[in-house]
Design a protein around this ligand. Sequence first.
Ligand SMILES: [Zn+2]
Length: 387
Amino acid sequence: MFQFMTSTRIVFGEGALHDSLSLFNQFGYSVLLVTGQDQHRSLPLEHYFKQQNMRYQRLVIKGEPLIAMMEELAAMGRTFGPDMVIGIGGGSVLDVAKSLAALIPNQGSVYDYVDVVGRNVPLQVKSLPFIAIPTTAGTGAEVSKSAVLQSAQEQVKVNLSNVELFPDLAIIDPTLTYGMDMVLSGYCGMDAFTHLMEAYVCGEPNPLTDMICEEGLRRIAVSILPACKEDHYSSRSDMAFAAMLGGMARSNAKLGAAHGLASALSGRLNAPHGLITARLSPYVMSENITVATELGRSDVLARYRKLAVILTMNNDANIEDSVQWVDSMLTKLQLPLLSDYGLCNTMFEDVAEDALRTNAIKGNPLPLNQQRLVTILEQVCSCYCNS
Ligand SMILES: [Zn+2]
């Protein structure tokens, strides 16, 4: 038995934003519009609101979504009283907008509803209608039920997660990702890869997430380089599609040690989430293959081998070719090293201990103990010293 949930309505394609503006009207007349600092992309929305005599307030998000900031924004949102929340931007913007849609109608503090440092109680009142419009191809937040927030005091990332948080409408217009910088689109794309890869090999996949992961991985294998390096338009569409599939996969299967370690590291390193997961991936894959070999887990090894076939587009690929594929992408996309962000100065034992407490690590295909996680971190750092 399995179940599958995603956003209520998805509109995908070049020009989707322009063609979908009238869909906003079904949710009411008053809009809380959450954007990044680049005003340019939200101009068609603002123009539409004015033309339709809709009431709107624009919130501009800078940097990471801190819990203290969310308390203030939710209070502002309650005063404004929107019928719907629309988020247009990258992962952080969508996470803020999604959280506000949930927090505005619910009284109390953000800490009541988040995990790790909060009480993690279910939302008392239904979320406001939420429309997600991604401008990067990475997190898949437009089709996921969770938002990541940062606690400044505890220096950890926490999740606000609930089936109520699936967007009511996701508008995925790949033209919004055209012209994006190579390194930024590289680590967003590799984060989408890590969602698909971890969901594909995780301990609890299902037939539908398998299908989704295989298609997403296939598209990334073909398109990540032309999309990020040459801004090739149909490859950009493939990446937007793959990122959406990654969001569906991680909401309906599980993740693994790359995401577990990334959430333990996120409060310690001032590095983008996608860069952390991308740089950890080859070492996590390699360690999982080693442990699966030791334990004779042919089922896990078969998944890694299939992964290698999909990524290299070679039916005779060896299991290790999957790891090499990831390594070569990281080099070709010129992604920065985690040592540049201070990874090698962190206390590996503490990071591993925190990682073992995350939800993500529970999805890892095989249990990795603290020492195995420390080994992964050591390998990431020893590789940098030699390079
Ligand atoms: Zn991720």
